[in-house]
Design a protein around this ligand. Structure first.
Ligand code: MRU
Length: 356
């Protein structure tokens, strides 16, 4: 990704060699602000409060959070305590626990004084692998866009996406966005319908990214998707995911399921992009995934900068509200899974491709 012309990732080690840098995504797209994490509590809070977010990215930040914890207490008890603290930050995306277990497995057999360096190395490996997997997802998804472009003979390929499964949700490239960036870079005519994604408006993050990369796009209200599909203005849907279960069910940002239903009703392909770190064969079906319930205030209030640039929260209602943050799209609505192992169709192919 590029911000102000400079290439960077969504998580990095600061020049001191130990503290961890992230963008404070609570202020995007209005302000690009970096923040530094120095303790596991700061890392856990940044994840819980969504200063950093997106399934692969919270895994990477949690991995570094564990390294931060081990600097001060590398005992077995310290390791267990830090894993619990970070794992509890958010419940739904499997990447968080996957990354913590991976770092734990790498450091637990070592003597305490060797653990911190090993944890930093494992966190760095998780980041590098995430970038490589997303790049491979781009290669796997590109032919889908090319096939539509050929059929449309120069008319832009109309793609719809929900939430932010871009570089801000990963270490770089993004999952659902990687094929879009590759296609755009190769000159494919493309236009992206970006769902607003209430209540946290992750669509604004996707729009920010696409804008920075020069990809033509339009933001739409979440409920506009059905009409656009009905009118033939959508060629394909591609989304990211926080967890895909053994039977191929897809847990993703609330509202994804409605898009999948509408896509099926109109014969539009619905693709899910995921790296293997998001595949959870230990969880049988979507019904077994813990769905995060966030504060009702996220629904009751909208936030944005006022004319002076100060962030304000404005009330929409005083009524009671409910805020489930994710939903489940049944496997039968998924046309294919775009992965680092290629395009996989069906739960059996998914298990063979990503199962390991
Ligand atoms: O609540 P968030 O913003 O962390 O949710 C993010 C999503 O649902 C993304 O679409 C998903 O994590 C895929 S990210 C590559």
């Amino acid at each position: 990704m590029k911000i102000a012309g400079a290439h960077c990732r969504s998580v990095w080690l600061e020049p001191d060699g130990w503290s961890v840098g992230i963008f404070d995504q609570r202020h995007l797209p209005w302000a690009v602000e970096r923040m530094t994490l120095r303790t596991p509590d700061e890392a856990a809070h940044a994840i819980a409060d969504m200063a950093t977010r997106g399934a692969p990215l919270i895994g990477a930040v949690a991995a570094y959070g564990l390294a931060l914890a081990l600097r001060h207490d590398a005992s077995n008890e310290g390791l267990d305590r830090a894993v619990s603290l970070l794992a509890e930050a958010r419940p739904t995306a499997v990447n968080l626990r996957w990354a913590l277990q991976r770092v734990r497995a790498a450091v637990a057999p070592l003597a305490p004084d060797a653990r911190t360096a090993a944890a930093y190395a494992e966190a760095a490996a998780i980041c590098d692998e995430d970038v490589a997997m997303n790049r491979a997802i781009g290669d796997a998804g590109l032919p889908l866009l090319q096939a539509i472009a050929e059929r449309k003979r120069g008319e832009p390929v109309q793609v719809m996406t929900h939430c932010n499964a871009g570089w801000l949700a990963t270490v770089d490239w993004g999952t659902a966005t990687a094929p879009l960036y590759l296609a755009h870079d190769r000159g494919l005519p493309l236009h992206v319908w970006v769902d607003e994604t209430r209540p946290r408006n992750q669509g604004a993050l996707t729009a920010f990214e696409l804008d920075a990369h020069g990809v033509p796009h339009s933001m739409i209200a979440d409920n506009a998707g059905g009409l656009l599909m009905q009118r033939g203005e959508v060629d394909m849907v591609i989304v990211g995911t926080d967890r895909v279960t053994a039977n191929g069910d897809v847990c993703n940002k609330i509202g994804t399921y409605l898009k999948a239903l509408a896509a099926r009703a109109h014969g539009i392909p619905f693709y899910v992009a995921l790296p293997s770190s998001t595949y959870d064969p230990a969880t049988p079906t979507g019904a077994d995934v813990p769905i995060e319930e966030r504060s009702a205030d996220e629904v009751r209030l909208v936030s944005g900068p006022d004319e002076s640039g100060t962030l304000r929260r404005i009330a929409v209602t005083r009524s009671a509200a409910r805020n489930p943050a994710f939903d489940i799209t049944p496997a039968e609505l998924v046309t294919g899974y775009v992965t680092e192992a290629g395009l996989l169709v069906g739960a059996t192919a998914l298990a063979a491709g990503l199962g390991g």
